[in-house]
Write a protein that binds this ligand. Structure first.
Ligand code: TXA
Ligand code: MG
Length: 370
């Protein structure tokens, strides 16, 4: 199969979405950008198309999918009853990177919800995603467009790395703005609970709506003993082939010094993910007189160069989120043995540190890749 790449023109031309939209509605698979990550879309109304998504990704069948809709008016196509808080939250955060779990309609395919009594819905804000939904005219399930267990795709190239020749259409609209998957909240639990952290935090939700939301780490007794309520979070994710180590500034050490300590220890092939400003500080130290050897000597001794992935400007969480998955994939392609990646503190960094920890900490893995 040839994967046809549709490069999005700006301003958007709705006509260019007609063929991929029809393809979706007739049961074929289309890769497309959202504001979070690229998704692999299929009609939520066609069980065979939904099964094809699981097959392509190598995804465990007990991991349900998110249904993508254009607006709140479409929710009753897949949900049975709409919890009270939904409309307030929708006003504040949708369209955007927030996914709502609510009671499902019995007549949607079981494949979508992995047999659960709930369904997850989200309203993407990315204009090309919306144009595609408009053209398809059906609710669209879309997991992240990566092979199960690989870092999520934030550029069209990442989707091609995993699915070239295996899907009929890919819509390319450049890098995804946020770079991490949506926040998933459970509207059927009281209080509402975050099942997967994302850019929108419990703090953001409380600030903007006054609705209290329990953080994702606080597990209920039922969860401690049984099935996690967001099945996807139990699987290994975001894993590059290289070992990943998180670097945080210490109480007495700057982020650059923390990186330098690690670089000095290692003799393996190293990848660094950090800001340009931090790299500048590191380079200065590596080349300064106070070092025993100069930069060139050190590099010779190491025999393999440092592989850099820097983002523009100073240390910045939003930019680090935007680039994280591209950095993991890019450094992995350069076959480094170890990736040192910048860490961040604080509630806003919860989702970033969650994804990075899943890439870094092999001991956290359970079950099959997801
Ligand atoms: O940003 C995103 O959400 C992206 C883009 C493409 O929209 N999609 C995405 O889908 O990340 P996926 O399939 O990679 O992750 C969906 C997550 C999984 O953790 C899954 O277990 C959870 O949502 N989920 C889906 N339906 C659920 C349900 N009924 N109850 C609880 N969790 C659910
Ligand atoms: Mg995923």
């Amino acid at each position: 199969m040839n994967t046809e790449i549709i490069l999005v023109k700006h301003p958007l031309d709705p006509a260019s979405f007609r063929r991929p939209g029809q393809a979706l509605a007739s049961g074929r698979i289309v890769g497309f950008p959202t504001e979070t990550v690229y998704g692999l879309g299929a009609s939520a109304l066609l069980p065979d198309a939904v099964r094809e998504i699981f097959r392509l990704k190598g995804r465990p069948t007990d991991n349900p999918l998110i249904v993508h809709l254009l607006s709140a008016a479409d929710v009753n196509q897949v949900a049975e009853s709409i919890p009270d808080a939904f409309h307030t939250l929708y006003e504040a955060f949708s369209p955007g990177p927030l996914t709502y779990v609510m009671p499902r309609r019995p007549d949607i395919p079981d494949e979508v919800t992995a047999g659960l009594s709930t369904v997850a819905v989200r309203f993407p804000s990315q204009p090309a995603a919306r144009a595609l939904l408009e053209a398809a005219g059906v609710p669209v399930v879309a997991p992240s467009a990566n092979l199960s267990g690989r870092p999520s795709p934030t550029r069209a190239r990442h989707v091609l790395d995993d699915f070239a020749g295996r899907i009929p259409f890919l819509i390319d609209d450049g890098p995804c703005e946020v770079g991490l998957e949506s926040t998933v909240i459970d509207l059927t639990s009281d209080p509402i609970r975050i099942l997967r952290p994302g850019k929108i935090t419990a703090g953001n939700i409380f600030e903007q709506t006054g609705i209290p939301v329990v953080s994702w780490q606080e597990k209920t007794d039922k969860e401690k003993n049984g099935r996690p309520s967001s099945p996807g979070t139990k699987y290994r994710h975001y894993a590059p082939r290289a070992r990943v180590v998180i670097v945080l500034p210490g109480t007495d050490a700057t982020i650059a010094e923390a990186f330098l300590t690690e670089i000095d220890k290692e003799r393996a092939s190293i990848g660094l993910f950090l800001s340009e400003e931090t790299w500048d500080a590191i380079r200065e130290r590596l080349t300064s007189q106070s070092c025993h050897e100069d930069w060139a000597e050190r590099e010779k001794k190491r025999q393999v160069p440092l592989n850099l992935y820097t983002y523009e400007g100073g240390r910045d969480l939003t930019r680090a989120m935007h680039h994280l998955f591209d950095a993991l994939r890019t450094l992995d392609m350069r076959a480094v043995d170890i990736i040192y990646a910048e860490g961040f503190d604080g509630e806003e960094a919860t989702a970033y540190m969650d994804r990075l920890s899943k890439a870094a900490d092999v001991s956290e893995m359970t079950g099959e890749p997801g």
